[in-house]
Design a protein around this ligand. Sequence first.
Ligand code: SAM
Length: 244
Amino acid sequence: MAGRRTRKPGASSETVALPTGAEKTARVRAMFDTIAPRYDMVNRLMTFGLDQVWRRTTVSALSLPPGSRVLDLACGTGDLSRIALRAGHQVVGADLSAGMLAANGTTTPLVEADGSRLPFSDGAFDGLVCGYALRNFTDLAATLAECARVLRPGGRLAVLEVDAPTSRLWRAGYDVWFTKAVPALGGALSDRAAYRYLPTSVAYLPPAPTLRAMVRAAGFSAVGIRPLAGGLSQLIVATRSGTP
Ligand SMILES: C[S@@+](CC[C@H](N)C(=O)[O-])C[C@H]1O[C@@H](n2cnc3c(N)ncnc32)[C@H](O)[C@@H]1O
């Protein structure tokens, strides 16, 4: 296995090998196929329901009028899509995992697709949301380039992802919760291997300055990255470059 061995804030204290390339794509797909039936329940318990607050913040950050065409990339079971629908947007969901799409209870059109090869035409969307998937993408640069391609110039990007708090006290609690309680809870209710992967997969995320540079290089301007709830999650917003 070609792997990264690394440790980052929020990652387990163990040194963990993380897959890369085609092996990562296959393992991520299989993992989400497995956990799909109980994904929503475990999410709510893991975050005490805060995940939905952060998703609402993400959709609002698009700052688009009702009726806008919005792609929910890596839509999973459809939490962000539902919020975007309630905001009056026309939503399409895309995801790698057939299992997650089967558990998706929304009324939006759904497409099984890899984020690095999206089956949509250039400029097809006014906005793109993506929740908790950045670290799962095998080729982040290619996926960000696809996000830029399918957005019209002036289109809006809002990406929600996990983060690690910087305050020492907050961070200590977070480390215990994320690296001990979450795998135990996920293991009891769903699949232990998948919920051990969750904290370790934070190591795939580039540091904020690198991520900002990658988003810019993909074709975005006005790139902002801000922590949510003291750094429990982060929100990346940007505008597709070019003249609308
Ligand atoms: C943690 S879940 C998040 C689901 C949903 N966005 C949410 O907010 O609950 C990550 C999702 O990313 C999807 N995913 C992972 N790699 C992907 C890829 N390369 N292309 C598209 N979707 C991908 C997974 O199948 C999974 O549904």
